[in-house]
Design a protein. Structure first.
Length: 340
């Protein structure tokens, strides 16, 4: 890594990634893209995949270290600073019921996804874990965080992110419609728990919640979603122990606690004391999102569409089952929790 900082090609590669990421930022700001619920991160990985697979542009091997840095070190650091989006005060305000909903949804969705993917669909283990984590926690960001633990090939993460885009966007439009026709008959606070507790991406939650003209839903849904985001840390630690215990390879039995997950929680705790002015926090979050998008861009560029076709429809089938579970099962989970 030290040699990277002395290599001018390393900086040229990062500058190239930053340039493409800036383009992604502009495209994601277009109204038509926002209406589709495609966040900055999603647009970044899509542009990366298009750049490599549609335009057939091959990146020189001289820049491999830049892309490796973006998908590893930069990614993990950005996940740590993702904690500045959270405060424990906000979590306290939405109530203990929201925490219960988030915990049940995250771990039931992942366990269900893992069982169906491995035992029934006979799907690749890493794709199963990534798809289940993306559906259970927070979409693309969860896939990236899980990839940092699995150290899997780029195309597997891209497949998982693609399912998040597909079903998260469907849910973003479906939930407000079902609420408007009283098919979902929740009170505002419960609807906020349902949206925040079951939609895939933060952007999807924002889009769905703001489509319903209710301030409580718009505010609380995002907080509930961020509780799910916070569960990345314990999830990754549990996953690390699980992988070590079930691994048949002697090389993979060593348990390494994902440091970035621990620091993520510590940053959120620090942020709860309001030591830093909100305007500075906003700037930190802006830079952090850009860094995450750079990692997504590098991931997309490293993705080969041919690998998608080899896998087949099984990841989509798994994601569709999890989407049904989140929509239907999530409804009953919220109903159960609010009656406690």
């Amino acid at each position: 890594m030290k040699n990277n900082f002395k290599n001018k090609n390393f900086y040229i590669g990062l500058a190239f990634l930053a340039l493409l990421t800036t383009l992604a930022k502009y495209i994601s700001s277009l109204q038509i893209v926002q209406n589709l619920g495609f966040s900055f991160l999603i647009v970044a990985i899509l542009i990366g995949m298009i750049f490599t697979n549609i335009f057939k542009v091959k990146v020189s091997a001289k820049f491999e270290n830049s892309f490796s840095f973006a998908t590893k070190t930069l990614l993990r650091t950005a996940i740590v600073f993702y904690g500045f989006r959270l405060t424990f005060t906000e979590i306290y305000d939405v109530g203990f019921q929201a925490i219960i909903v988030a915990v049940i949804v995250v771990f039931s969705t992942f366990v269900l996804g893992y069982f169906i993917g491995i035992k029934i669909l006979k799907l690749d283990k890493e794709i199963t874990i990534l798809t289940s984590a993306g559906s259970a926690i927070c979409g693309a960001a969860a896939v990236l965080a899980t990839e940092a633990v699995l150290k899997n090939k780029a195309y597997k993460s891209s497949i998982a992110v693609s399912t998040v885009v597909l079903f998260g966007t469907v849910a973003m439009f479906l939930y407000p419609y079902l609420y408007s026709i009283d098919f979902i008959n929740f009170l505002p606070k419960s609807m906020a728990m349902y949206i925040g507790g079951t939609l895939h991406e933060v952007a999807h939650v924002v889009g769905a919640a703001n489509s319903i003209s209710n301030d409580i839903i718009a505010k609380d849904a995002v907080v509930v979603k961020m509780i799910r985001v916070m569960l990345i840390a314990p999830f990754l630690i549990i996953l690390m122990f699980f992988l070590a215990k079930t691994s048949t390879s002697k090389e993979k039995t060593k348990i390494t606690i994902p440091w970035f997950a621990i620091f993520f929680i510590l940053v959120a705790l620090f942020n709860s004391f309001n030591f830093i002015d909100s305007s500075i926090i906003n700037k930190i979050n802006y830079i952090d999102t850009f860094c995450l998008a750079m990692a997504m861009m590098a991931l997309g560029i490293n993705t080969d569409f041919k690998s998608f076709f080899k896998v087949g429809l099984k990841p989509v089938i798994l994601a569709s089952i999890l989407f049904i579970w989140l929509s239907v099962g999530g409804y009953f989970i919220v109903n159960f929790v609010i009656t406690l």
